[in-house]
Ligand binder design. Structure first.
Ligand code: NAD
Ligand code: UDP
Length: 315
């Protein structure tokens, strides 16, 4: 049994990670300030003897004796991270400093949830880990992109300067149950709109692409990364290389929900990346042949079921 700290543990990805770590017999501390996370996501774990829930903001130092730290705390959807951009950068940068400081002090291993956003609007396709990215430092996405880039820098420097045992994974667009229904991300938006027979809002002409990863595949990748040999620190891409246009996603969601929704087009937000697809060769090589197992249709069916149940509960 390991003692494991999960920051952002009440969020979408964090809650799945807490579930899996508890299932595997670990002692888990879930830390969250509930900005975008929700107690409902981890409600079923609260009475578990090896699960502890702490309300805390990662921009403040935190102390606990643990073996591993997964640093996930940070709003991830553009609507949420742009709500208070200064706070978003603080969360990434000061959160990283606080978790790295803790890891250094207690000699824990610490994994950073970085993002494909560090590649910005990429000029190479698919993206490999050695690509430095094409990021606007002063745009509306910069608080998130540059915050995460700085966090990666801090992770590398704590490793080089203080020998902190680090791991960096770059997560590509991930979806699944426990996503916030109003977080504005494309999968949750389209499914909620389709289930309510409302217009499906495509930003721009829908030719921009994303590669969508089901959350269970990400969790498997994250756990393998955390437990990989200490000489492999990353960064490593964790994503599903199957790429879809946003128009294709909209059509798939309408088909699977048998919705009467029609597609409408809205303005494309500033700095919206045109394409994104991970090269996952490094993850396959270093993480015991890790690769995504759940493809889009199967993952969407599970996610549609989740949102459909949620709408019934809310009613
Ligand atoms: P989410 O918004 O559901 O989860 C983030 C969690 O962090 C929430 O529970 C929120 O309340 C908490 N949080 C935010 N600021 C905090 C703070 N200052 N102190 C403590 N807790 C705080 O988002 P998610 O999709 O689960 O993302 C989790 C992590 O994975 C994030 O770091 C995100 O950048 C990264 N990521 C996610 C995706 C994706 O597609 N979902 C892609 C790339 C990277
Ligand atoms: N998008 C869209 N309609 C929506 C929400 C998002 O067309 O209702 C588009 C968005 O402009 C982007 C893509 O879908 O091109 C993915 O957006 P999301 O916010 O999910 O993720 P990110 O842009 O961070 O990859």
């Amino acid at each position: 049994m390991k003692r494991i700290l999960v920051t952002g543990g009440a969020g979408f990805i964090g809650s799945h990670l807490c579930d899996r770590l508890i299932k595997e017999g670990n002692d888990v501390i879930c830390l969250d300030n509930y900005f975008t996370g929700n107690k409902r996501n981890i409600e079923h774990l609260i009475s578990h003897p090896y699960f502890e829930l702490v309300r805390h903001d990662v921009i403040q130092p935190y102390f606990a004796e643990v073996d591993q730290i997964y640093n996930l705390a940070c709003p991830a959807s553009p609507v949420h991270y742009q709500y208070n951009p200064i706070k978003t950068t603080k969360t990434s940068v000061m959160g990283a400093i606080n978790m790295l400081g803790l890891a250094k002090r207690i000699k824990a291993r610490v994994l950073q949830a970085s993002t494909s956003e560090i590649y910005g609007d990429p000029e190479i396709h698919p993206q490999t880990e050695d690509y430095w990215g094409n990021v606007n430092p002063i745009g509306i996405r910069s608080c998130y992109d540059e915050g995460k880039r700085c966090a990666e820098t801090l992770f590398m420097d704590y490793h080089k300067q203080n020998q902190v045992d680090i791991k960096i994974m770059r997560i590509f667009n991930t979806y699944g149950p426990n996503m916030h229904p109003n977080d504005g991300r494309v999968v949750s938006n389209f499914i909620m709109q389709a289930l309510k027979d409302k217009d499906i809002t495509i930003y721009g002409d829908g030719s921009q692409s994303r590669s969508f990863q089901y959350v269970d595949d990400l969790i498997e990748g994250a756990i393998r990364m955390m437990n990989s040999p200490s000489d492999f620190i990353g960064p490593v891409n964790i994503g599903n290389p199957n790429e879809f246009t946003i128009l294709e996603l909209a059509q798939k969601v309408i088909e699977l929900t048998e919705s009467k929704s029609k597609i409408i087009h809205k303005e494309l937000p500033m700095d919206d990346p045109m394409q994104r697809q991970p090269d996952i060769s490094l993850a396959k090589e270093k993480l015991n042949n890790w690769e995504p197992k759940i493809q889009l249709e199967e993952g969407l069916i599970k996610t549609i079921q989740y949102f459909s149940d949620l709408i019934k509960q809310q009613a």
